[in-house]
Ligand binder design. Structure first.
Ligand SMILES: [Mn+2]
Length: 459
């Protein structure tokens, strides 16, 4: 694959407003699929708010990240406003964008805006309005619709706005206005589509995976004795950005020694020490799709014998779990298999005693393995989509992407642990695409075989 296929494609097509790739046909296809479902349910209005810029401190803002649902439907990358699909039971549908209007004065400070003109000309909206007209225009759009698809509970200001619109329509019912009879969570419309990835999405996830594999190798090369966690973090995030990624798709974890036993530890200032393992959980985001990868490497460049035994136990469980990925199986089944294999290894290595059945039944394995094995992956690191279907675990289907991420974490004060393993945390995580016949590991370029890891960690 060429180095930056989507950026190059975007430039060739001459999109003036999109920072990265924007594919008008792709987004139009997504809207058509959603419209078809809305119509099959009697029609209505789908309202997807865009994220707002957020203050970090005083008047400085966080780097803006568009709302994933809005982005999926619109491809629009600017803050504020909303995307609306108006689908009457019969007749023509409308795609409406509310956007920040063009403002030459503000654009000098914060960059170019598509404006209402660009929302129509570039992003394919049938109508576009400035955000200042949201309340009045939305009330008109929702008036008479049988139902409103809107996610209550994500944003208090939006909940209040929707309430105001509903109250306004109810109060004007004698004058002929009609509030929707139902407010429905759009997760079933949008998240179910997001769960099954198209070839375009898989290509973006593969690019994110490539960038991420290079970042993990950079971390292994850099993470020698004396380094600080934040320095390894810098190597990783440099690799993401340098190769055209947006940056990290979630907070980068660099955890050396017993910091690895804190599951959501971030890169701190601990010094990497000879004889320790360093756990790195980091994923680059490319075109808004993120990878999610964990590797654990020896700071000295070589695993000690007990470290290697524990590492191989995690790796064997992970390999077996990955090979179990295929259409029809479930995340629950993959997790149960992983728990079984890790528990057997914990007994073999002397952490637990008795039989695997007993230690699974009394849940004592959870002292060393307390998290789940898999989650959906896509625009969001913990991506959307229902984990259950008809009251049971959901069967995997081609196009779904999951992580497989077993780990073992030995508490620092665990007196029952074998010598040399107290405070050791190991996790190995890959991103796995469900294919027609089985699976494809998207993140295979990041080394995990202990010999290959040691080869990258040459000191
Ligand atoms: Mn993960």
């Amino acid at each position: 694959m060429s180095r930056r296929p989507f950026a190059a494609e975007a430039t060739a097509r001459g999109y003036r407003f999109a920072r990265m790739a924007y594919d008008s046909a792709l987004h139009a296809r997504r809207r058509a699929a959603i419209i078809e479902q809305m119509r099959s349910q009697g029609g209505g209005v789908l309202l997807l708010p865009q994220a707002e810029e957020k203050l970090r401190n005083n008047d400085a803002e966080y780097v803006f990240r568009p709302d994933s649902d809005h982005l999926y439907v619109s491809g629009f990358e600017e803050p504020s406003g909303a995307a609306v699909l108006v689908v009457p039971p019969q007749g023509p549908t409308r795609f409406v964008l509310f956007v920040r209007p063009k403002d030459p004065e503000k654009e000098i400070w914060t960059g170019r805006r598509a404006g209402v003109e660009g929302a129509c000309a570039v992003y394919g909206a049938d109508d576009a309005f400035p955000v200042g007209e949201l309340d009045a225009r939305l009330t008109e759009l929702v008036d008479g619709a049988p139902r409103l698809w809107f996610r209550i509970g994500s944003d208090a200001a939006w909940d209040a706005r929707v309430s105001r619109i509903l109250v306004d329509l109810r109060q004007r019912s004698r004058a002929g206005a009609a509030a929707p009879a139902e407010v429905v969570d759009p997760a079933r419309l949008v998240h179910e589509l997001r769960l099954v990835k198209s070839p375009e999405e898989i290509a973006r996830l593969k690019r994110a995976a490539e960038i991420t594999a290079e970042a993990h190798m950079a971390a292994m090369r850099d993470g020698e004795p004396g380094r600080r966690e934040y320095q390894v973090q810098a190597e990783i995030e440099y690799a993401f950005r340098r190769r055209g990624g947006n940056g990290p798709g979630y907070g980068t974890i660099v955890a050396t020694g017993e910091n690895a036993c804190v599951l959501h530890y971030r890169a701190g200032d601990s010094q990497l020490k000879d004889g320790e393992l360093c756990l790195v959980d980091a994923g680059g985001e490319y075109d808004w799709y993120t990878a999610d990868v964990t590797r654990t490497f020896p700071v000295s460049g070589d695993f000690t014998k007990p470290q290697r035994a524990l590492y191989e136990a995690v790796l064997a469980a992970q390999e077996e779990a990955i090979h179990a990925v295929r259409p029809g199986t479930t995340i629950d089944a993959i997790h149960e298999l992983t728990v079984r294999r890790l528990t057997e290894s914990l007994i073999r290595l002397g952490f637990l005693h008795g039989s695997a059945e007993e230690r699974i039944a009394d849940r004592s394995f959870r002292k060393y393995y307390m998290h789940r094995t898999s989650h959906w992956l896509g625009l969001d690191v913990h991506d959307v989509g229902a984990y259950t279907l008809n009251g049971g675990a959901r069967p995997l289907a081609p196009g779904m992407v999951i992580t497989v991420e077993p780990g073992l974490y030995v508490p620092p004060n665990d007196t029952s642990a074998p010598d040399g393993l107290r405070g050791v945390g190991i996790r190995i995580e890959d991103d796995v695409l469900v294919t027609e016949n089985g699976f494809e590991v998207l993140t295979a370029a990041a080394p995990k075989d202990p010999r290959e890891v040691e080869a990258v960690c040459v000191r």
